[in-house]
Ligand binder design. Sequence first.
Ligand code: ZN
Length: 173
Amino acid sequence: MTVIDSAVEANAVRAKTYDKSLGQPPAPKLVIVTCMDPRLTGILQMLGLGTGDADVIRNAGSVINEDSIRSLLVSTRVLGTKEIMIINHTDCGMQTFTDRDLEQKLENITGESPVAPARFYSFRDLAANTREQIRRVKSHPWIPKDIPVRGFVYDVSTGSLREVTATAATVAA
Ligand code: ZN
C-alpha cells in the first residue's frame, strides 16, 4: 500500500467527524509565501494563526517567480489580503545544490535537455535570498504599494522567526 492509499483510507474515516464550519469562505488578511518543506506545514500554528487567517503559497524555496506572483495578485487584489509575509527557513534543501549541478545531474540521468524550468532558484545565503524575494515582490507593478512586504527566516531547530531587514548590515541569519 502506498502512502497515498493510506491517506485516502484515513480520509474516509476522518471525513465522518469533519467540522463543517471549516468549509465556510475564509476572509484572510495575510498572505504568506513559504517553503514546501514539511517542517513549515505547522507555520500558522507557530504564528498563533488559525487555518482561515492566511493564504499560504508554498513552493520549493519560497521562490518569488511568475507563479507565486500570480497567487499574490489573486490574494491581494481578488481575495483582499492586506499584508505579505515571506518565510524562508534554516536547513533549506535549496541550499544543498546549485542550479547548474542539478541541471547537469538531470541531463545525465535522462539524456534530455529541456527548456524548462529556466531556473531552480537554489541559493546559498538565506538573508540575501530573502532580501531579493522582498525586492521582487515590491517591484512588481501590480502589487499594491500600500501593502507591507516583510521577510523572515524561520529557525527549524528553535521554532523562532527572525526578520530580515532591507539592509545587509543588520541581518544575521
Ligand atoms: Zn526549504
